[in-house]
Design a protein around this ligand. Structure first.
Ligand code: NAP
Length: 337
């Protein structure tokens, strides 16, 4: 009989691709939604990639409540705990991110342990593996230092949640294994144009909403490769008890714009060509609070190493250029480009 996997937060970008990839590989998949009113839309988005047949079912559960998780996980062999609020920009109340990240991790892991799940894979983030503004190469031995001033609430939430997971499994795991996947900024094709999360940089460049490119950059990785790494971390014996960074390559915003122009030709006509000097971005941030999130990154690159996933699990991420182009193609196809 096919093994069964619970993927939390089926309406999400990464979770959606995890579901697609699990279905393609023959697994039976359960997923949770805060409200089952989204079921038809999520099912349709998944069906655009793979016919789920009778192998996909939905359960209602909210990260901040213990209700619903036991029913969702009953009979599952594995859990991919992906759901957590994605937070960029200005966050007025850090608890909006921290509470669901931490509480959700605890509720899901406890339910998984009670159900006798073999292994849970938690989607953490490179945000839990060190700060910005450092040129040092970050790997799985790094943790974000929460005692430093000005740590963004999202970094705090992801670090607290991942630490809570390791502590909980060490203390009360009852034999359930844990592995964590730490993606950098995830791009690649979208399943829907509903929630553009981390692909916004591509959609904004394409739609001409940005007047130019600021001197900021992103370490990118492809959503299909992130899904593949979750499944490797779920099944490969050597992945148990390990963290794995999923990061493919750093590109400046101006490079992303150039790749879009090269790969999309006339369809990238609105992609800006000029750069915006740092002092202009800083000046604009006095009036636009959203830009205050960006200014500390001006001129800084971050390097994360995925050597561990590649060497230990045989993970082979595709070139970043393909992820950028495929992301743009899917946004255009879904009317969001
Ligand atoms: P996303 O598309 O925004 O998906 C987030 C999912 O979490 C959605 O299904 C959302 O449900 C669910 N969720 C949020 N708050 C919830 C709550 N209180 N109760 C129940 N469900 C809740 O984001 P994503 O990019 O797929 O991110 C998924 C995971 O990957 C997160 O853990 C994120 O930290 C991590 N990650 C993402 C990136 C990236 O660049 N995208 C990079 C590193 C790590 P609704 O649809 O109902 O809102």
């Amino acid at each position: 009989m096919a093994e069964t996997v619970l993927v939390t937060g089926g309406s999400g970008y990464i979770a959606g691709w995890c579901i697609v990839e699990l279905l393609r590989r023959g697994y039976t998949v359960r997923t949770t939604l805060r409200s089952l009113s989204k079921e038809a839309a999520v099912r349709a988005a998944i069906a655009g990639e793979v016919d789920p047949g009778g192998r996909l079912s939905f359960f209602a559960a909210e990260l901040t409540s213990a209700d619903g998780w036991d029913a969702a996980v009953a009979g599952c062999d594995y859990v991919l705990h992906v759901a957590s609020p994605l937070g960029t920009g200005v966050v007025k109340d850090p608890d909006v991110l921290i509470v669901p990240a931490r509480e959700g991790t605890i509720h899901v892991l406890r339910a998984a342990i009670r159900a006798g799940v073999k292994r849970t894979v938690l989607t953490s983030s490179v945000a839990a593996a060190g700060g910005i503004g450092t040129e040092e190469v970050r790997d799985e031995t790094h943790w974000t230092d929460l005692t430093r001033r000005g740590v963004h609430a999202y970094r705090e939430a992801k670090t607290i949640a991942e630490r809570a997971a390791w502590e909980l499994v060490a203390a009360e795991g009852d034999g359930m294994e844990l592995a964590t996947v730490l993606p950098s900024m995830v791009i690649g094709p979208v399943l829907t144009a509903e929630n553009l999360g981390s692909v916004q940089v591509v959609s904004r460049l394409l739609s001409g909403k940005l007047p130019g490119t600021a001197r900021i950059g992103f370490t990118l990785t492809d959503v299909r490769d992130v899904a593949d790494l979750h499944i490797r971390a779920m099944t490969m014996p050597q992945a148990a008890g390990e963290r794995f960074i999923a990061a493919t390559g750093f590109r400046w915003m101006a490079e992303i714009a150039r790749i879009l122009r090269e790969r999309l030709g006339p369809r990238a006509a609105k992609v800006p060509r000029r750069g915006i000097p740092d002092w202009v971005v800083r000046l604009m941030s006095l009036f636009d609070p959203a830009l205050r999130y960006v200014t500390p990154s001006l001129g800084h690159s971050n390097t994360y190493s995925s050597a561990k996933a590649q060497e230990l699990l045989g993970w082979k991420p595709r070139p970043v250029e393909d992820s950028i182009a495929d992301c743009a193609e899917s946004l255009i196809a879904k009317g969001a480009g």
